[in-house]
Ligand binder design. Structure first.
Ligand code: IPD
Ligand code: CA
Length: 264
């Protein structure tokens, strides 16, 4: 198997190229391609084109690897490495012209099942801000070449982020979770790109992040970024349709996990 460092460089290279394409297409104007799970769950022509570019680059240079992409699905490979790709994470921000969207590319060891894979490398690129977050297993997490670390102290309360799924029937439950966790918070953000939320935890721009129901491509790269920045990421209720992901430095991670057990 190729080294984590090589996979990271390759992921970073493709993420940059893909992000540039997404940014260019946004400047030209967005066209909605379809809705997916619910009316609020949209896909643009750019999501599809960007994923096709990423897949073509991977196929050309690493034809034996497996692939799982948000827009085109995928399958297992023969090398033991699988690429897990979100071409545009934060599609609603993208469609509305907000800058918080990213390309997320991860290489994992094993199949595309987050319950059994082992993350090897990841890149999250936010083209509007030209920020490239990268991590390789055992090699730390980086932002444009600067090493990242999660926060460990939150004396004024934690700056937290979360997200909500596209299915309105899940909103009440997610708001209850927010009520459970709010006593720990100095404030709460809803950025709109899970991959960036996780990158920001790695960078210490957020103290912690939690969200139910993320899909593998939303968190594959960000998961490694947080753990390589010294943080903890857990997924609870993995047998359910909407597992809960929690990411933070160790002390806050324990407090968020505890708050979720409290009745309110
Ligand atoms: C979504 C974003 C959002 C999160 C949703 C995801 P998409 O991904 O990451 O922040 O709250 O759960 O589905 O649809 O923009 O690729
Ligand atoms: Ca996504």
């Amino acid at each position: 198997m190729t080294s984590a460092s090589h996979l990271k460089e390759f992921a970073a290279d493709i993420a940059r190229e893909a992000g540039e394409l997404a940014r260019r297409r946004r400047a030209e104007g967005v066209s909605l391609a379809a809705t997916k799970s619910t009316l609020a769950d949209i896909v643009t022509e750019a999501d599809r084109e960007v994923e096709a570019l990423i897949r073509a680059r991977l196929d050309a240079e690493r034809p034996g690897d497996g692939f799982l992409g948000e827009e085109s699905g995928g399958g297992d490979g023969t090398t033991g490495v699988t690429w897990v790709v979100d071409p545009i994470d934060g599609t609603v921000n993208y469609a509305y012209g907000m800058p918080a969207y990213s390309v997320s590319i991860a290489a994992v060891e094993g199949s595309a099942d987050p319950n059994s894979w082992r993350p090897l490398a990841g890149a999250v690129y936010a083209p509007v801000l030209d920020e490239l977050f990268t991590a390789g297993r055992g090699e730390g997490a980086w932002l444009n070449g600067v090493r990242l670390a999660v926060t460990d102290e939150t004396p004024a309360g934690a700056l937290l982020a979360t997200g909500f799924g596209y299915d309105p029937s899940t909103h009440d439950g997610d708001l209850l979770t927010v009520r459970q966790v709010m006593p720990l918070a100095r404030d709460l953000r809803r950025g709109g790109s899970a991959a960036l939320d996780l990158s920001y935890v790695a960078a210490g721009r957020l103290d912690g992040y939690f969200e139910r129901g993320l899909r593998p491509w939303d968190f594959a790269a960000g998961f490694l970024l947080v753990t390589e920045a010294g943080g903890i990421v857990t997924r609870l209720d993995t047998a359910s349709a909407r597992p809960m992901l929690i990411a933070a430095g160790a002390p806050l991670h324990a407090r968020i996990t505890g708050a979720l057990d409290k009745e309110i």
